[in-house]
Design a binder for this molecule. Structure first.
Ligand SMILES: *Cc1c(COP(=O)(O)O)cnc(C)c1O
Length: 367
């Protein structure tokens, strides 16, 4: 049996530290936006090479507030990809702005930078690339376009804690970077959490207000805000886990390398690493035109897999109002039909990765 993800082993390995961290918070009885949140903000911002970190209650809230801080609102347009988790698009929609899609580049699953300019209109306010699966989008051409057209660059780094673009940590390369600490992410809370990182004091200030009802001081509300606050217990847990993140990332990279090497002759396509990338393998996705059959066979052998994501957002009934149709983003549509995510987490054993690749290699052997 190879699970897609096993959060239990990780917990068992760090149980003592986690329980101490939680019990400290319980003793302090400061449960929301206290010293643990402040310390985690400083530590995670430093990890991202950013000046400011603002903790919030989810990655979705991070995206929503980053967009609001950038001044995005009704009548504006924000450029992103349809081959992403729905939250990227939902956050744009929450602001009243219109999500405008650009197709992905099929080797990296990230935004096709050659197609951004033709999506820009008078209303475009921001570009929101997604570092899908833990591999950075090609940020230099995007930065150039953003500068040329006066657009804000917001990174959806929800899957990319510690990923690097040309040696620089993602999240701190654009104007604002958004992270999720959903339990299954590379750095996961035991509940919900998120963070915006930035170099700009004005954005950090606005997001701090917006996450806590827009109040400058208690009961003095100068902005229409939200209850998007991060909990102390989650911050205390995340501080413990942040100390392990690099070693967990290296373990993921080593499993990915095992997969790459052992699938070299398989008829599935393994992930492509762009020359500018440090890929952190939130997801290790192979591509195959026989996905359903392969997934079923793996399942029969006790190997769990996932599909990230089976429906691109432009084809979701929920976003039919955007007016897109089948055929509008062929690379996103093809990827949605072909990707299959293999088991990936730091504590995977070599025997487990071997049984996964063995099963894949023998499936293809039957063709
Ligand atoms: C997980 C995720 C989000 C949303 O984060 P939550 O913490 O679940 O709200 C946004 N974008 C991407 C690409 C994600 O994977």
């Amino acid at each position: 049996m190879v699970p897609f993800l096993d959060l239990k082993i990780q917990y068992q390995n760090i149980k003592n530290e986690i329980e101490e961290a939680i019990s400290n918070v319980l003793e302090n009885t400061q449960f929301v936006l206290g010293t643990e949140v402040a310390a985690f903000e400083t530590e995670f911002a430093a990890y991202c090479h950013a000046d400011y970190g603002i903790g919030v209650n989810s990655g979705t809230s991070a995206l929503h507030l980053a967009l609001l801080a950038a001044g995005v609102g009704p009548g504006d347009e924000v450029i992103t990809i349809p081959f992403t988790f729905v939250a990227t698009v939902a956050a744009i929609d929450y602001t009243g702005a219109k999500p405008v899609f650009v197709d992905i580049e099929p080797n990296s699953f990230t935004i096709n930078t050659n197609q951004i300019e033709k999506a820009i209109t008078q209303r475009t306010k921001a570009i929101l690339p997604v570092h899908l699966y833990g591999q950075p989008a090609d940020l230099d051409p995007i930065l150039e376009i953003a500068q040329h057209y006066g657009l804000t660059l917001i990174e959806d780094a929800a899957q990319a804690h510690g990923a690097e673009y040309k040696g620089r940590r993602v999240g701190s390369i654009g104007d604002l970077g958004c992270f999720s600490f959903y339990p299954s992410k590379n750095l996961g809370a035991y509940g919900e959490g998120g963070m915006v990182v930035t170099h700009h004091e004005k954005y950090a200030h606005a997001i701090k207000l917006l996450r806590d009802w827009g109040q400058e001081r208690k009961y003095h509300h100068i902005l229409k805000g939200y209850n998007y606050r991060l909990e102390e217990i989650q911050a205390a847990i995340l501080r413990v886990k942040l100390r392990y993140l690099e070693s967990w990332t290296k373990a993921r990279q080593s499993h990915a390398q095992q997969y790459d090497e052992q699938l070299i002759n398989a008829q599935v396509q393994t992930p492509q690493i762009m020359p500018y990338s440090r890929h952190v393998y939130h997801i290790y996705a192979v591509r195959t035109t026989q996905r359903t059959a392969l997934q079923q066979q793996l399942q029969q052998q006790g190997i769990q897999t996932g599909i990230h994501y089976p429906v691109p957002v432009h084809l979701m009934p929920a976003y039919a109002d955007l007016g897109y149709q089948l055929g509008d983003f062929p690379q996103s549509e093809l990827a949605a039909n072909e990707v299959l995510s293999l088991p990936m987490y730091a504590e995977l054993l070599i025997d487990q990765t071997k049984s996964v690749t063995h099963a894949i290699n023998s499936f293809i052997g039957k063709e």
